[in-house]
Ligand binder design. Sequence first.
Ligand code: ZN
Length: 270
Amino acid sequence: MALGAWIVVQARDVRAGAATRQSAASLAEALPSRLAPAPSRPTEPAAGGGAGAVSTVRGGGAPTPAVTSSHPPAPNRDLGEIRRRLLENQAGTYIGDILSERDSNIARWPDRTSSPLRVWIQSPAALPDWNPEDIAQVRDAFTTWVSAGAPVPFTFVMDSSGADVHVTWVDHFDEQISGKTMWARDDNWWIVDANIAIALHHNHGEPLDASAVRAIALHEVGHLLGLDHCADTTNIMTPRVRIRDLSPADKATMRLVYALPPGSVREAMR
Ligand SMILES: [Zn+2]
């Protein structure tokens, strides 16, 4: 499929309360792990009518019950096993890109085989060019990652107040991006919270068609799962998305991330 323009996507990290919000895209600023100040409000433009919108991006200050009450236990970290899994499985992945951008840290959700993440997708009928089918594109993006082996099942909910993940829409971003993910991690590098915003138009105004919306969603869900950008433009996690589906390297990298405990692999690789 010919692509008229790259889809530029971005993830942004901020810190909030007990959790640390990480930027998947802005690499230099993501390191070291705790330096990003928490903004007092979401940095994404809020989509119209979004009940949940990106309001779960919390300001700094006291830890929030939503994060601390579901605090996952510290991971079991066997350095020898981490090293073995990295060496055996890194071929065909871009795990090196991710580790170099995160100061050698893995960020991921705990396995949630019995407790799906509840995803709410906004229905902003008032936004120009928003198509109800866009919701199906986003749902498909989530399920595509699960089909690829992500041990983080999702369920789609209609009530934003009870959702773990909010997907909202914006007409366009003021920056030259088409999607944005904000996620938070705890001290163990477990991801504990994430929200996605997707544009309906390129920064310069051209509408994003259904396949582009799906590709953006695939990229952003990749960030939500803990992936970062890769240099190879044949993958969905390249900063300027050119393809429309997950590549073998996207899938292999995600599987490797979820074969490792969260946190630094630096000691394991010495
Ligand atoms: Zn990105």
